[in-house]
Design a protein around this ligand. Structure first.
Ligand code: ARG
Ligand code: ZN
Length: 473
């Protein structure tokens, strides 16, 4: 770490010398000279049609250090985020995604940088410029009230104040409400959070609790998310919580934070977390992260749960089935993430199918019975349900029934088509091959064909790409 920054400084100094040499002898910097830097602006977008403002080009984020103080009484945040990134082209400008409050300072590698804001785009002009391959840091200071973000389907996320703190879900576009970031699932990074809140409030973040210290009526929680994480899975949710710690039989530490008003309703579900993780370990391969847990809060205006990495967040007391869904997402969604948002069935269909499997394992309806039910294949062929394309539902329906239920039906039908042995091998393989990475529907189809040895083009066409109720496959 230390060595690297010393080398970084030496490199910066060398670049400054080079840059002034070029100014003195412009002919040396003739464009196209091999080895000469060719600076340009990083792309303002990663190019995902569902959310065209998301993500940025020209660099790759490695780590976010998000440090803030927040007071639920005033809803004011005072924050400093340090981004460590590597340039992937010679950059004279780059963008971040940010919808948070006023920026009070922005440095790139200790040098004050000029910036402009345009909607979600935060356009940064680093000087000196950044050469491809260079590791650099961006320090953004900001203060004010982070916003609630509203999605195309009218659901809300971002920074959502509650009675006693804030509920912080980020899918699909909430992270820039409070973190200047490259907000697309394909730019994963590790995260450290330092959250300072009034004594009595607990700040619960992704990953492991490194420290909790109280001074002058303020408590600082330091959370470390040590495996790569998509920005939308970041949370530091704040409130008055009952905290409990345990471990899975396999030794994964579990940290649960439950709103006291929901404690008795949630107790039986929370008690099952180790069993759910163990069951999914047996189906999907080892739990992918260093810790596990859950945050159960009261955020009635949110009304959904989210698979925040290592600690899913629930806006009300969850059913056992919803808990199983969010835990399954740790493998499918969090560890293996989508390449494009149109692939969302790879998250929701898998988590929903895992729910069916858990329910059967736990003595409830079999997966076949759930498949056949009137919420699923039992729906009339005339139902509007069958008119959304599973593998491209659009931003209005990406969290609607189709990616979840038709997605899960697709997996159950595939299991019938290729048999249990190939199916469960495929699912385990999928989790291990793409661990901490990104994958697409096309990747899944080719792996299903490879592992089963079957031509599945028309199967997947019927289930994923065509409208209408499948009849033969
Ligand atoms: N992925 C979440 C789940 O577990 C749902 C997120 C919904 N987000 C939203 N903005 N509506 O199913
Ligand atoms: Zn889900």
């Amino acid at each position: 770490m230390r060595l690297r920054s010393i080398r970084g400084t030496a490199l910066t100094a060398a670049l400054c010398v080079l840059a002034s040499a070029q100014l003195a002898h412009p002919a040396l910097a003739a464009p196209g000279n091999p080895g000469e830097p060719r600076y340009s602006a990083g792309a303002a977008s990663i190019g995902d049609p569902y959310f065209p403002a998301q993500g940025n080009g020209g660099f790759d984020v490695k780590h976010y250090d998000v440090s803030f103080a927040y007071d639920p009484a005033t809803k004011l945040m005072d924050a400093t985020t340090t981004i460590t990134a590597t340039a992937t082209q010679d950059l004279d400008r780059f963008n971040l995604d940010f919808r948070g409050p006023e920026i009070t300072g922005l440095n790139v590698d200790k040098h004050k940088a000029s910036f402009q804001r345009d909607g979600q785009e935060l356009v940064v002009t680093p000087r000196p410029k950044l050469k491809s391959g260079k590791s650099f840091t961006v320090v953004v200071k900001y203060a004010g009230t982070p916003p609630v973000i509203t999605d195309p389907d009218d659901s809300i996320e971002g920074w959502v104040p509650t009675d006693d703190g804030a509920f912080v879900p980020g899918e699909p576009q909430g992270a820039p409400a409070w973190i200047p970031s490259s907000d697309h699932p394909t730019d994963k990074a590790t995260f450290t959070f330092h959250a300072t809140v009034p004594e009595g409030i607990t700040a619960v973040g992704n990953g492991q609790l490194l420290s909790q210290t109280t001074k002058n009526g303020q408590t600082t929680f330091v959370w470390d998310s040590t495996e790569p994480m998509a920005t939308y899975l970041a949370t530091v949710t704040l409130g008055k919580f009952q905290v409990a710690k345990s471990t899975t039989p396999g030794g994964i530490p579990i940290y649960t934070a439950v709103d006291p008003a929901l404690a008795s309703q949630s107790a039986a579900t929370v008690a099952k977390i180790p069993d759910i993780i163990e069951y999914f370990n047996s189906l999907f391969g080892p739990y992918p992260f260093a810790s596990a847990g859950a945050i159960i809060d009261r955020a009635p205006n949110v009304g959904y749960a989210l698979e925040s990495q290592t600690k899913p967040i629930f806006s009300s007391a969850p059913s056992l089935s919803t808990m199983a869904h969010e835990i399954a997402h740790q493998w499918f969604g969090d560890s293996v993430s989508v390449k494009r948002w149109s692939d969302i069935w790879l998250n929701e269909g898998f988590a929903t199918y895992a729910q069916w499997l858990w329910t059967e394992h736990n003595g409830g309806a079999t997966a076949q019975q759930t498949f056949d039910s009137t919420s699923n294949y039992g729906r009339a062929a005339t139902s509007a349900f069958w008119q959304t394309v599973t593998a491209d539902p659009g931003t209005m329906d990406m969290f609607g029934n189709v990616p979840y239920n038709r997605g899960a039906m697709t997996l159950h039908a595939l299991r019938g088509k290729i048999g249990d042995t190939a199916f469960f091998k495929l699912i385990k393989d999928w989790a291990s091959t793409h661990k901490y990475g990104n994958a697409s529907t096309a990747d899944f189809i080719s792996e299903a064909e490879r592992i089963s040895g079957k031509d599945l083009k028309s199967f997947f066409d019927v289930w994923l790409y065509q409208k209408g109720k499948p009849t033969t496959w």
